[in-house]
Design a binder for this molecule. Sequence first.
Ligand SMILES: NC(=O)c1ccc[n+]([C@@H]2O[C@H](COP(=O)([O-])OP(=O)(O)OC[C@H]3O[C@@H](n4cnc5c(N)ncnc54)[C@H](O)[C@@H]3O)[C@@H](O)[C@H]2O)c1
Length: 290
Amino acid sequence: MFVFKAGVVGAGVMGGEIAQVIASADIPVLLKDVKQEFVDKGLEKAREVTEGQVGKLVSKDKITQEEGDAQIERTLGLITGTTDYDGFGDVDFVIEAVPEKMAIKHEVFADLDAATPGHAILASNTSGLSITEIGDITNRPDKVVGFHFFWPASYMRLIEVIEGEETSPETVQAAANFAQAIRKMPVRCAECPGFVVNRILASTASEIWRYQDETGTDVKDIDKALTESKLVPMGPFYLADMSGLDTALKVAKDMQDAYGDRFYVHRGMEELVEAGHLGQKSGKGFYEHS
Ligand SMILES: NC(=O)c1ccc[n+]([C@@H]2O[C@H](COP(=O)([O-])OP(=O)(O)OC[C@H]3O[C@@H](n4cnc5c(N)ncnc54)[C@H](O)[C@@H]3O)[C@@H](O)[C@H]2O)c1
């Protein structure tokens, strides 16, 4: 299946960059959120990423400034922001990137089922919810698939393609093909909480979070020790801030519910989320963000 037009629902931490990735591959894409201000934030993110990528090419003399400007205009011109589903009548592939809550996913998938043509594939960027359960709300569970990007989506190449119980082999193959068309690396994986990467990541982070709660060590010192030893490109507390603490906390809780106490929910993170400090997207988390 060829994707002539795509859609992204949710223009938050992930959605704006996912739309940018699709537009960079010369595919027109709709970017939907519930309010214009959220759509605008997603579009601004797409601009920031595109300008950064083009700026690097210009500074390395790979393209001229004029060519770079034209590239920015072309890429951003392929992204259309919207607060409704009016333009979704001719999309071929939609990626949902709304908050990690089944009730919200169900609302969006029911809307998408009604708004998109029957052949369209409906993909979820969920970090670990059941694709089967998400697909159950639609009349096309065979065309519902997990399509899990990693933050930052414009940079990270991996996409986990997750097969629900009803997902057809054709849908899985079309999703893997689309991942390659947008210059990503698809890896097919089975449906289980956390899939592959988040299961490993949350397991490792759990020990660090447990250690921090038990010892009270400054989170910045832990992040610094891990980054300076070149174990990881950024520490787990900074990464959680950038990903969104509400999302990181929800994933941690889901992993503990699924696998028990070998997964840990960080108390400090819970307190920050309760106080409305969600990391970079709200300006404050474990760190202050300008
Ligand atoms: N943040 C990460 O690092 C990361 C990485 C991989 C996957 N994910 C997953 O991607 C999904 C989105 O995460 P995020 O961090 O971008 O969340 P976010 O909270 O930053 O953004 C979610 C956006 O969805 C919008 N939204 C809510 N209901 C909507 C609706 N009915 N229609 C359109 N938009 C709606 C919100 O207004 C918000 O702008 C989650 O399932 C999350 O688990 C997140």
